[in-house]
Write a protein that binds this ligand. Structure first.
Ligand SMILES: Cc1cc2nc3c(=O)[nH]c(=O)nc-3n(C[C@H](O)[C@H](O)[C@H](O)COP(=O)(O)OP(=O)(O)OC[C@H]3O[C@@H](n4cnc5c(N)ncnc54)[C@H](O)[C@@H]3O)c2cc1C
Length: 462
């Protein structure tokens, strides 16, 4: 199957450099060696030009590290890169890793490349790198969008109002995009090029030990990074979790969660690969499959839409609809019966044992079930001095502890707590007409069993 034209954008339409020694692929969003349209495109072009492919990665460290990234995030990233390196080299693709920004490594190595291929992410920092690269690189640059099912600008040309406005567009478009991606075989292996890598990521623990970063939030045992792990987990979910996902996805005790979000965030698995596997899975019925694809495609790609079309998606004053900010401002002086500092929240020291358990799961294992995330966020709004402080705290805690944090899904779902993609509900204190979530919502599942499960998960981290 050819790579869909909608995924491909030419950022510099110069001819490929005649004396180029290789086709360069900047691995940044899609950190994997398989089911990666940018990589397969690079191999196709390299074969056409009779050249090998080199993939490169720029590792940010120290003061110029990736915003909000800590040892937990870096451990997972590096495990994934070790896996990607092995996978790339087994396919004859070179892998060069340097301690610098992604833009820097791409610009430097593009000096002797015929063609530069980029993958695509939607965060401001990523858009900034693409801008730097297109300004500095003189040869042909092609970007291939492979971490969404339907490319963002194909799905919609504007900021969507809510899931209900994006859903029909995606439903109409997604079939041809949920397709196999045949691996191309490189005609020329890259090993004779002898390009220097500053970092050997084959030993991710050693690389992590040598970095200067925030170690207060450490790696977790619950999740090991890499595409091999991602596929293993997906297989287990299809076997044991998909049947019943439709009815059980809001029940943490039902084990109906795929845990794909950290792998999707780090580009260690393709959403298309997941969608195809879910469609073809024997376990589960149409309701289960439909419910899963709704989350994986509609909800996730609504988040991409929001981040792509919103300057200041991380800013309380810019990320929320006017009605939500207005109603929250009107209630800003309301009495808050419970008020906690950010440190108390982070430590899980509130009067609510279920909230504390959710916070503990997040702090100690890097993940929280979807059903609890909504409750968790709504309570921070209720227990903080102002809505703006609540928004900022929620985002900071989200991005600090979740392995899937710092993602378009993070910014969008935190904003959802404060009214984004939602409509006004009945007015009440503190929330105004922003949707409230009461303790009664905990009665919809076995909250006591959840607390016990968190205890087990945390004990396994010790
Ligand atoms: C306050 C709050 C904060 C959140 N923060 C994040 C975050 O930082 N990173 C993150 O990836 N998700 C976030 N979510 C969305 C969602 O909770 C997680 O994606 C999901 O719980 C991940 O677990 P899973 O992979 O087991 O999900 P599954 O139920 O197995 O779903 C499969 C996939 O669908 C997508 N998905 C599921 N629910 C949502 C949703 N509500 N919005 C968008 N995509 C969804 C995810 O990519 C997920 O991996 C947040 C939700 C809330 C309410």
């Amino acid at each position: 199957m050819a790579i869909q034209g909608e995924r491909i954008r030419v950022l510099n339409d110069a001819e490929p450099r005649q004396d180029g020694r290789y086709v360069l692929y900047l691995l940044q969003q899609a950190n994997r060696a398989h089911f990666n349209p940018a990589l397969e495109f690079a191999i196709e072009e390299a074969n056409r030009l009779d050249l090998p492919v080199v993939a490169c990665f720029g590792l940010l460290d120290g003061e110029s590290g990736f915003p909000e990234a800590n040892a937990r995030h870096y451990a997972f990233l590096l495990q994934g890169l070790a896996d990607a390196k092995a996978g790339l080299e087994a396919r004859g693709v070179g892998f060069v890793m340097r301690k610098c920004s992604p833009a820097r490594v791409a610009i430097d190595l593009a000096e002797t490349a015929a063609l530069l291929v980029l993958d695509r992410g939607y965060l401001a920092i990523q858009k900034g790198w693409y801008g730097e690269i297109t300004k500095a690189v003189r040869t042909r640059i092609v970007q291939v969008e492979g971490d969404v099912v339907v490319p963002v600008e194909t799905a919609s040309k504007k900021h969507e109002f809510a899931a209900r406005t994006l859903r029909p567009k995606l439903n109409r478009l997604w079939d041809p995009f949920i397709a196999e991606l045949r691996p191309r075989e490189p005609k020329h292996a890259a090993d004779r090029l002898r390009l220097k890598s500053e970092i050997d990521v084959s030993d991710p623990d050693a690389v992590l030990a040598g970095m200067s970063l925030d170690r207060a939030v450490g790696p977790v045992k619950r999740f090991v990074g890499g595409e091999t792990q991602a596929r293993k987990r997906l297989k287990a979910f299809l076997k044991d979790g998909l049947a019943g996902y439709g009815a059980g996805r809001n029940k943490p005790e039902a084990a109906a969660a795929s845990h794909m979000s950290p792998y999707l965030h780090f580009g260690q698995i393709s959403p298309v690969e997941i969608a195809l596997a879910v469609r073809e899975a024997k376990g589960g019925d149409d309701d289960d499959r439909g419910a899963y694809l709704e989350e994986l495609i509609v909800r996730r790609e609504l988040a991409m839409n929001h981040v792509f079309y919103t300057d200041g998606y991380d800013d309380y004053d810019k990320a929320l609809p006017d009605w939500a900010r207005k109603t929250l401002a009107e209630q800003a002086k309301d009495e808050r019966p419970h008020r906690y500092s950010e440190a108390q929240l982070a430590a899980g020291e509130t009067h609510d044992q279920y909230w504390n358990a959710a916070m503990r799961e997040m702090r100690e294992t890097g993940y929280m079930h979807n059903q609890l995330r909504m409750y968790w966020g709504k309570k921070i709004l209720e227990w903080s001095p102002t809505p703006k402080a609540a928004f900022e705290r929620t985002l900071r805690l989200n991005n600090r502890y979740f392995l899937d944090g710092r993602d378009p899904n993070s910014f969008t779902n935190v904003a959802w707590v404060f009214g984004l993609h939602d409509r006004p509900w009945q007015r009440r204190p503190v929330f105004g007409t922003v949707r409230y979530q009461s303790e009664n919502s905990l009665k919809k599942f076995d909250a006591k069993a959840y607390v016990r499960a968190v205890e087990r998960l945390c004990a396994a981290e010790e």
